[in-house]
Structures are given as structure tokens and as C-alpha cells.
Ligand binder design. Structure first.
Ligand SMILES: NC(=O)c1ccc[n+]([C@@H]2O[C@H](COP(=O)([O-])OP(=O)(O)OC[C@H]3O[C@@H](n4cnc5c(N)ncnc54)[C@H](OP(=O)(O)O)[C@@H]3O)[C@@H](O)[C@H]2O)c1
Ligand SMILES: [Zn+2]
Ligand SMILES: [Zn+2]
Length: 343
């Protein structure tokens, strides 16, 4: 085993502890993790952690390859690399064959809290100085992208990219993004760069001011009935990134005829009034993470358009503060941990 250091859950707190990583398999690379984004999912995971098993969060990171297994072909030591929220899949089911490893019928191996397909151990995430990953699930980091600001592309970015691409977001499409946080601000930037007309649906008019800087041309204040009424039936695609269970009715009301609400934020059961779909033939969808081809395409697109997250970089020892501020919504728009303080 290899030894490294990382941030492990003890109750709802994270403590710096020594961690083990597996010895490299033939197609593995070892990555020195430099920057790891703080996703709202990390907060959900900490809250939901029952103390059983080891939890080391973190599933959007960038770093440098330090060592490669004998069958590795794409990477060499010294290469800049990016890793997202899935690190393996069965590779043979119809989803994997279609390049939708994120929907692997045997379930993809998650970057943390997943079960390794070979040795059955629990995967430990990127809040750590080293990660060992199959090369197939690592991506060359395009040279033009800042490694700290690019880290959030690997979860937040791909999670909004894939459904928007599947819904043909582009010129002539009206897109709304509900919840201007980590996922939401990247959805705005990406949708605008794809050529769509973008609006932000936010609880606060205050935060919404940033929306224009990010590329939006309209703002709907969800807490203001007049603002919401004025935007009724007007978006072809609404990307809902809200992290809590919420009534979908007011958001479906904003969707245009034959439009789609894609709920990628809250993952759990929802109640939908059929009439809210009927009136306008509206569709409800979801999505999560991305397949290998889509993730590579997303990185290429972001490099071509200079898209990265707006980040606040903190030394990893301040992870508790980052999580606490994320919980309060006090972040514009993604915390990224600098793991170099673990050396
Ligand atoms: N599908 C997937 O694979 C996937 C991947 C990554 C993350 N997620 C999930 O996506 C969600 C968003 O993640 P994130 O990292 O973007 O979170 P985030 O940075 O906290 O952003 C969420 C945004 O939603 C709005 N919001 C927060 N609390 C709300 C509430 N109680 N009611 C209404 N709006 C609220 C806020 O925007 P305003 O202040 O503008 O209203 C906030 O900025 C999380 O639940 C996360 O677990 C899913
Ligand atoms: Zn995430
Ligand atoms: Zn599969």
C-alpha cells in the first residue's frame, strides 16, 4: 500500500489523518492532488454519514501524475490531469458501450464512498494529497485552464453539461438556471457559451446581479411572485440545481411548451402534479455526472471558451470553514481546497 494524508469524517467534522492508497494496478496512475473542489454533495455526504465506514469526500480534482502502471498509455509522470466523480464502471454493459459510464447498469464506481470493483474496498475521495485511479477515468487537463479553477468542471461542470447537450442547448434556445451556486454558475457560463439565451432563477435579487456578469441576460427572482409570473412558460430548458427538496410547480410554470425541467440538484423522490406537465406538454428529466466522451468534450469546450469556475481557493486545513460557508450559501461560486498544505 502507498501512504498519503487526507481529510476524513469524524462525525460531521473532518480531521487530517494518514490514508492508504492501493499499489498501482497495471492501468492505474498515481495523482498528486493539488486542487479539489468542495461540492454540495460533500456536505450531503457528511450529514448523511452514519459513522460506519470511512468517508473522505472530494470528487472534482486536478493534479499531476506522479507514477504510472505498466499498461498506461495516455499519461506520463508530470502530466497535468483532472478526475471527476466516477472512477470506474463495468465497461461491458450497453450504457458503458454507449459511452454513458455514468449510467453503468452495474453502477459506476464513485470517486468516494464507492466500492472498488476489484478489491471491494471503499473509495476515498480527493480531499487527500494522493489519489490512485484507472487511467481510463482520468483526463488530460487542457493546458489553457487554471488547475484550481478547472477542478469544479469535473463534477459541477459535467453534471450540467451533459443534460444541456442532450437537450440541444444552443442558439435560439432559452435556458433558465435555478440556484446560482457551484453547478448553477457553471451552467450559466456554459449555456451562454453554447449560444443560448440564459436567465437565472434565484432567491435573491442581490445574488442575481452576478448573473449578468456570468453571461445571463435575464433574472427571475423566485421569491417575487410578479417576477415569476412575468417569466411564465418562457424557457425551453430549466436546469434546476437547488440542493433541497422543493415544490416543482413554480419551476415547471416557467418551462415553455414542450420544454424540459432537468432536476440535477436534489436527488430524491418528488411529487409532481400531472396538470403542471399537461398544460404545455412539459417534460421532467434529470442527469448526473457524464460519460467518458462527454466529459472529454466538456473539457475541450471549456478550454476553447476559457470557461472555469469562479473559485475561492483555501488551504485544505480550512475545509471546515469552506463547508460551513457553503451551507450558508456564502460562496461565489465554488470553494477549492489547495492540498499542498498536507505535505
Ligand atoms: N446530479 C448529480 O450528479 C450532481 C452532481 C453534483 C451536485 N449535485 C447536487 O446538486 C446540488 C447543488 O450543488 P452545488 O454544489 O451547486 O450547491 P451550491 O453551490 O450550494 O448551490 C446551490 C444553490 O441553490 C440555491 N439554494 C440553496 N438552498 C436553497 C433552498 N433551500 N431553496 C432554494 N434554493 C436554494 C442557491 O442559489 P440562490 O441563492 O441563487 O437561490 C445555491 O447557491 C446539490 O444537491 C448537490 O448534491 C448533483
Ligand atoms: Zn459533486
Ligand atoms: Zn457498465
Amino acid at each position: 500500500m502507498r501512504s498519503t494524508t487526507g481529510w476524513q469524517a469524524h462525525g460531521t467534522e473532518l480531521r487530517q489523518v494518514p490514508l492508504s492508497r492501493r499499489d498501482l494496478r497495471r492501468d492505474d496512475i498515481a495523482v498528486r492532488v493539488d486542487f479539489c473542489g468542495v461540492c454540495h454533495t460533500d456536505l450531503h455526504s457528511l450529514r448523511g454519514h452514519d459513522g460506519e465506514g470511512v468517508l473522505v469526500p472530494g470528487h472534482e480534482f486536478t493534479g499531476v501524475v506522479t507514477e504510472v502502471g505498466p499498461d498506461v498509455t495516455v499519461f506520463r509522470a508530470g502530466d497535468a490531469v483532472a478526475v471527476g466523480n466516477i472512477v470506474d464502471s463495468c465497461g461491458t454493459c450497453s450504457m458503458c458501450e454507449a459511452g454513458q459510464e455514468n449510467f453503468c447498469r452495474e453502477f459506476p464506481t464513485l470517486t468516494y464512498g464507492g466500492k472498488d470493483r476489484h478489491d471491494g474496498t471503499t473509495t476515498l475521495g480527493g480531499y487527500s494529497r494522493e489519489y490512485v485511479v484507472r487511467e481510463k477515468f482520468a483526463y488530460p487537463l487542457p493546458s489553457g485552464l487554471d488547475p484550481a479553477a478547472a477542478a469544479p468542471l469535473m463534477c459541477a461542470g459535467i453534471t450540467v453539461w451533459e443534460p444541456m447537450r442532450a437537450l440541444n442547448v444552443g442558439p435560439g434556445m432559452r435556458v433558465a438556471v435555478a440556484g446560482l451556486g457551484g453547478l448553477g454558475h457553471l451552467a450559466v457560463k456554459i449555456a451562454a457559451a453554447l449560444g443560448a439565451e440564459v436567465s437565472v432563477v434565484s432567491r435573491s435579487a442581490e445574488r442575481a446581479k452576478d448573473a449578468f456578469r456570468l453571461g445571463a441576460s435575464g433574472v427571475v427572482v423566485s421569491t417575487d411572485p410578479e417576477s415569476a409570473a412575468a417569466a411564465r412558460d418562457s424557457f425551453d430548458v430549466l436546469v434546476d440545481t437547488i440542493p433541497v427538496a422543493h415544490d416543482l410547480a413554480p419551476y415547471l410554470a416557467l418551462v415553455a411548451v414542450d420544454g424540459t425541467l432537468t432536476q440535477v440538484g436534489y436527488l430524491g423522490s418528488v411529487t409532481v402534479e400531472t396538470m403542471d406537465l399537461l398544460a404545455g406538454r412539459k417534460k421532467l428529466s434529470s442527469g448526473g455526472s457524464g460519460g467518458l466522451p462527454a466529459t472529454a468534450a466538456m473539457l475541450e469546450f471549456c478550454a476553447a471558451h476559457g470557461i472555469t469556475a469562479d473559485v475561492e481557493v483555501l488551504p485544505s486545513k480550512r475545509v471546515g470553514e469552506a463547508l460551513e460557508r457553503l451551507d450558508r450559501g456564502d460562496v461565489r461560486y465554488r470553494f477549492v481546497l489547495d492540498l499542498s498544505d498536507l505535505d
